[in-house]
Design a protein around this ligand. Structure first.
Ligand code: NDP
Length: 315
C-alpha cells in the first residue's frame, strides 16, 4: 500500500484563489487588508519566514508593513511599537516573529497584540475563545491542518485522533480544533508511556514534536491519515542515510547540499499510511495561507464592527 499524498502546495493554491476573490471584494468596498510583520534582530531562519510571509501578502494584494527593530530593543520599546501598530487604522494584522531576543519578555509582547489584530492567534484572549468553542483568530498551523483534512475529505467526526506534541502554538490548539470537529482526541507528549501503541489506535495522527523522522511505520495503523507538522533540518550524513535509505533521490540531494529538511514522520510511513502530508510541502504552505486568511478575516471583522462576534472554526 502507498499512501495518498496530501499536497500542501495544491491546497494552498485553492485557498489563494478564494482569498483573491475575497480581497477583491473588500477592495471594491474601499478596504485593503494590511499585515504588519515585526522581525527583531538578525535571525537568518526568521528572516526567511518573514520574507515568505511578506511575499505571500504581495502576491495576494494584501498591504504589508515590514518592521525590523534592532536586536538590542528593550521590552518597553517593543511594547510601544506593538501598541502603535494596534492603533493604526491601515494595519489589520500584527505578527511578531518568534523567537525574540532573550532580554525581551516574549509573553508580555504577545499579550500586548490587540486580540482583533492577533493573526497568529497567540493572545490568551484568542486561546480562551478557542477553548470555549467560540474561536476568533486561531493559530495558523493547526488551522492549516484542518484545511488539509477537510479539503482532502478525511472524515474527522467520530475519528480517533492522536496529536503528538502539546505546545501552545501547535499541539494544544490542534487538539482543540479536532475536538470541536468531534474527533476523540488523545494528546501525547514526551512523558506519554507507550507512544507507539497510543498512536497506533488513531485514525488521524498529527506529529508536531520537532524530532526528525521519529514516527516510524510501527506507530501507524495501516490506512491511517498522518499529518507531519515537523520541519527539521538534518546535517548528519549517517542520519540521512538511515532516514532516506529507500529514497535515493532525497539522499542524493542531501549529499549535494550537505543538509535536508525532514518531518517528524519517517518517510517509510508512506508504505502503511492511507494518506500522508509530505514534509516539506505539506503543512508548511498552509501555515502561511492561514496567516493570509486570518489577516483578511481580521480586516473583514474590524471593518464590519463584528470583531468579537465571529464564531466559526472555518474561515
Ligand atoms: P515545541 O518544541 O514547542 O513542542 C514539542 C512538543 O513535542 C512538546 O510538547 C514535547 O513534549 C513533544 N515531544 C518532544 N519530544 C517528544 C517525544 N520523543 N515523544 C513525544 N513527544 C515529544 O515544538 P513546536 O510545537 O513549536 O513545533 C513542533 C514541530 O513542528 C517542529 O518541528 C517545528 O519546526 C514544526 N513546526 C512547523 C510549522 C509549519 O508551518 N510547518 C509551524 C510550527 C512548528 P513535552 O511537552 O513533554 O516536552
Amino acid at each position: 500500500m502507498t499512501a495518498r499524498i496530501l499536497n500542501g502546495n495544491l491546497i494552498r493554491e485553492e485557498i489563494y484563489v478564494e482569498l483573491r476573490e475575497e480581497i477583491g471584494a473588500l477592495k471594491a468596498a474601499g478596504i485593503t487588508p494590511g499585515l504588519a510583520a515585526v522581525l527583531v534582530g538578525d535571525n537568518a531562519a526568521s528572516k526567511v519566514y518573514v520574507n515568505s510571509k511578506v511575499a505571500a501578502c504581495e502576491s495576494l494584494g494584501i498591504r504589508s508593513f515590514f518592521l525590523t527593530p534592532p536586536a538590542a530593543i528593550t521590552t518597553q520599546e517593543l511594547l510601544a511599537l506593538v501598541r502603535d501598530l494596534n492603533q493604526r487604522d491601515d494595519v489589520d494584522g500584527v505578527l511578531v516573529q518568534l523567537p525574540l531576543p532573550p532580554q525581551v519578555d516574549a509573553k508580555q509582547i504577545l499579550d500586548a497584540v490587540d486580540p482583533s489584530k492577533d493573526v497568529d492567534g497567540f493572545n490568551p484572549i484568542n486561546v480562551g475563545r478557542l477553548v470555549a468553542g467560540r474561536p476568533n483568530l486561531v493559530a495558523c498551523t493547526p488551522l492549516g491542518v484542518m484545511e488539509i483534512l477537510r479539503r482532502s475529505k478525511i472524515p474527522i467526526e467520530g475519528a480517533e485522533a492522536a496529536v503528538i506534541g502539546r505546545s501552545d502554538i501547535v499541539g494544544k490548539p490542534m487538539a482543540l480544533l479536532l475536538l470541536h470537529a468531534n474527533a476523540t482526541v488523545t494528546i501525547c507528549h514526551s512523558k506519554t508511556r507507550d507512544l507507539p501503541a497510543t498512536a497506533r489506535r488513531a485514525d488521524i495522527v498529527v506529529a508536531a514534536m520537532g524530532r526528525p523522522a521519529m514516527i516510524t511505520a510501527d506507530y501507524i495503523r495501516p490506512g491511517a491519515t498522518v499529518i507531519d507538522v515537523g520541519t527539521n533540518r538534518i546535517t548528519d550524513a549517517a542520519q540521512a542515510e538511515r532516514i532516506f535509505a529507500k529514497f535515493p533521490e532525497r539522499l542524493a540531494k542531501f549529499r549535494e547540499k550537505g543538509s535536508a529538511l525532514v518531518g517528524d514522520v519517517h518517510p517509510d510511513v508512506v508504505e502503511v499510511a492511507g494518506a500522508l502530508t509530505p514534509s516539506p510541502g505539506g503543512v508548511g504552505p498552509l501555515t502561511i495561507a492561514m496567516l493570509m486568511s486570518n489577516t483578511v478575516k481580521a480586516a473583514r471583522m474590524r471593518h464590519s464592527g463584528r470583531a468579537a462576534g465571529a464564531a466559526t472554526v472555518r474561515r
